[in-house]
Write a protein that binds this ligand. Structure first.
Ligand SMILES: Cc1cc2nc3c(=O)[nH]c(=O)nc-3n(C[C@H](O)[C@H](O)[C@H](O)COP(=O)(O)O)c2cc1C
Length: 375
């Protein structure tokens, strides 16, 4: 395969406004879970890990998913918390180091919802929390959330956002994608509630809207709120929360009105058409329908799409460099605003600098070891 990268990359290196601050370029580090935070406290290597990506030239870092202070928010071992003095002290240090290297940084605020199972840290007795009850082997493993559970989660998101601003982050990202809590309310396959949090799109969107509004009220107006959403789910890459542009508009406009500043549109292949009859990507549609800036993501600069099976070792994780002219053209034309990189930045923290300095041939390929990087 010819991996020569001949694109004019200058659009990627134009600045972009971010609240009252500025991003030095259009390149974003996509949120990536690492599981190197025993006891929920960001581990010793973490500041160096993020600082290296900042030094490598990325404009904005979205941290790995980090748990809000609701008891059911965590679903995996050694994931960092975004609450408690110790964890927040470490997060502040990470943000400070990233700033010294010239990048901006926002935490991805996470509640895993029904993905959690009893036995998981921090309190093994706590089940998953989701739109509806889930019973496995005669045991309730996911609790159907009551109105008061929902209120607790909404307030927990707001507290995390206020903490992020207090300790010096540049904004926050709400994880509303990939079948985790907020997305599981949005998706009609996982949400069969018959109260005001279920039913039609407006009902299924209510939790997301309440979270955004509570976060908006907890931070200053100029503090950017990024909202990540996706069509794809952990268990179903073909899933849809919006089957048409009109359904997408009914999801995004209320979120924009509630306070979202930027949509992070999570796709596995940024170039794929979102709906029949148009070549436009989901990110391009989201921009047009919401009137808000968007982040595009998914196989940018890489020959193969991300899949969960690659993390679990059931699928070959290797990926090679790919051409950048399409994504550069999308930024140049204004179809999208920002471009996120996931695996490419794990394999090579210096990806942005190498692209900018025309050193593409020096970029590291992605492999399974890169997906597990501790550094
Ligand atoms: C190791 C790994 C961990 C990830 N963890 C998260 C996460 O915590 N939150 C999230 O929204 N997406 C997560 N993702 C998805 C990425 O943010 C990104 O959307 C995906 O990798 C596609 O981008 P890429 O093709 O540039 O890798 C993860 C991806 C990888 C490879």
């Amino acid at each position: 395969m010819d991996n020569t990268i001949t694109a004019d990359v200058t659009p990627l290196f134009r600045t972009f406004p971010f609240g009252e601050k500025t991003l030095r370029n259009r390149l974003v580090m996509s949120p990536m879970t690492r599981q190197y935070s025993p006891g929920g406290v960001p581990g010793a290597n973490m500041a160096g890990y993020y600082r290296r990506r900042a030094e490598g030239g990325v404009g904005l870092i979205v941290t790995e998913g980090t748990c809000i202070d609701h008891p059911g928010s965590n679903g995996y071992v050694n994931v960092p918390a975004f609450h408690g003095q110790k964890a927040l002290d470490e997060w502040k240090r990470i943000a400070d180091e990233v700033h010294l290297a010239g990048a901006r940084i926002i935490p991805q605020l996470w509640h895993v919802g029904a993905i959690r199972r009893p036995g998981m840290e921090p309190d093994p007795a706590v089940p998953g929390h989701g739109p509806v009850e889930v019973i496995e082997n005669g045991r309730v493993v996911v609790k159907a959330m009551s109105r008061s559970d929902i209120r607790d989660v909404v307030e927990s998101y707001a507290r995390a956002a206020a903490d992020a601003q207090r300790i010096g982050f540049d904004g926050i990202e709400i994880h509303g994608a990939h079948e985790y809590l907020i997305d599981s309310f949005l998706w009609d396959v996982t949400n069969q509630r018959d109260d005001e949090y279920g039913g039609d799109i407006e009902g299924r969107l209510r939790l997301a809207r309440e979270v955004v509004a509570a976060v908006r009220a907890a931070v200053t107006r100029d503090f950017p709120i990024v909202f990540r959403f996706s069509q794809w789910k952990i268990r179903d890459y073909e899933a849809r929360i919006a089957r048409s542009p009109d359904e997408l508009r009914r999801i995004l406009l209320p979120l924009a009105q509630a306070g979202v500043d930027i949509f992070d549109v999570s796709t596995r292949r940024f170039y794929e058409p979102a709906f029949e009859g148009s070549p436009d990507s989901l990110a391009a549609w989201a921009r047009r329908l919401s009137g808000k800036p968007v982040i595009t993501v998914g196989s940018v600069g890489l020959s193969k799409a991300y899949a969960i099976a690659q993390l679990r070792g059931n699928e070959d994780a290797s990926a090679q460099r790919a051409e950048l002219s399409l994504v550069c053209g999308q930024v140049r034309s204004g179809a999208v605003d920002l471009v996120a990189l996931g695996r490419a930045l794990l394999a090579d923290p210096e990806w942005p600098s190498k692209i900018r300095e025309n050193r593409q041939s020096e970029i590291n390929d992605v492999d399974r070891a890169a997906l597990k990087t501790a550094v």
